[in-house]
Design a binder for this molecule. Structure first.
Ligand code: ATP
Length: 275
């Protein structure tokens, strides 16, 4: 039932250069990439195998992107699934969905299984709602999942990367030591990270020609506090589209500031980075 995403070929063109503002994490990421690339060598010498990674942080901070970049940089298949896919299915099918995913991944290992909205899985075990039967099913699903996770010790080369916006509601059993080796916080970017993300998105769109040469990225970053990577991408996209729509149009710092205000007006920014 599960197959590596159709976009896994596309992943091969994705690398850590496609993500910005995560300098502090890059060394750690290269370690994981090296493991995935040289999996056979690690296996042959019986070296320690890295366990799962939990990426925790607000929406749009690049958790999915980071997982894709690791897979792309390592050139391995990428299975992406939302935990709600396990929990929303008809009673009776859920546990087998989980059962199917892991063998499919093992067949093409080394690879990454990315599980988004991981808290949906953990939360359900609390069984706050649903019928008795539904609760039993959830427990079976989680237990199946935990069994599969623990099976990673067999050194099969399947790296589990999970993401959550709400680490506080995770079932402690899911993050018990030994199940996830590392919990990585993906916070909202600070000013210098925002500058890097803005530059990256302008470059990626090959859009320097649509921006005034003296664009004040430092000032734009300063005024876009509390923006996530996804908000910054959206900001760049809107500015470039507007400039490209005007004859000989060039996006100015002022244009960016206007778009920042309009994005702010459509989103509630309850928390932000410190600068
Ligand atoms: P969610 O919790 O909502 O699933 P997420 O943390 O997984 O969000 P992504 O889906 O990875 O966030 O980010 C959305 C898009 O925002 C990315 O595809 C990318 O274009 C842009 N983006 C986010 N963070 C970064 C970053 N650090 N560098 C470059 N682009 C970024």
């Amino acid at each position: 039932q599960y197959s590596p995403e159709k976009s896994s070929m596309e992943n091969r063109n994705t690398s850590l250069d496609d993500i910005a503002g995560i300098e502090a994490l890059k060394d750690e990421m290269y370690e994981l990439i090296k493991f995935l690339r040289d999996f056979q060598k690690y296996k042959d010498v019986g070296a320690a195998v890295p366990g799962g990674i939990l990426l925790s942080g607000p929406p749009g901070t690049g958790k999915t992107l980071l997982a894709r970049c690791i897979a792309g940089e390592a050139g391995v298949p990428f299975f992406s699934v939302a935990a709600t896919e396990f929990t929303d299915m008809f009673v009776g099918i859920r546990a087998s969905r989980v059962r199917n995913l892991f063998p499919a991944a093992r067949k093409v290992a080394p690879c990454i299984i990315f599980i988004d909205e991981f808290d949906a899985l953990g939360q359900k075990r609390a069984g706050q709602s649903g019928t008795e039967e539904g609760v039993d099913e959830r427990v079976a699903t989680i237990n199946q999942f935990l069994a599969e996770m623990d099976g990673f010790e067999e050194k099969v080369g399947v790296m589990l990367v999970a993401a959550t916006n709400r680490p506080q509601v995770l079932d402690p059993a899911l993050i018990r030591p030994g199940r996830f080796d590392r919990i990585i916080e993906m916070n909202l970017p600070n000013k210098s990270a925002r500058s890097d993300i803005i530059r990256l998105h302008i470059t990626k769109r090959d859009a320097w020609g649509n921006c005034e040469p003296d664009l004040d990225i430092d000032y734009i970053s300063k005024l876009s506090s509390a923006f996530s990577g996804a908000d910054l991408e959206n900001m760049v996209k809107q500015c470039i589209a507007k400039a490209a729509g005007q004859k000989g149009g060039m996006a100015t710092t002022e244009d960016f500031l206007k778009i920042i205000n309009s994005i702010r007006a459509t989103k509630s920014f309850s928390s932000g980075s410190k600068d």
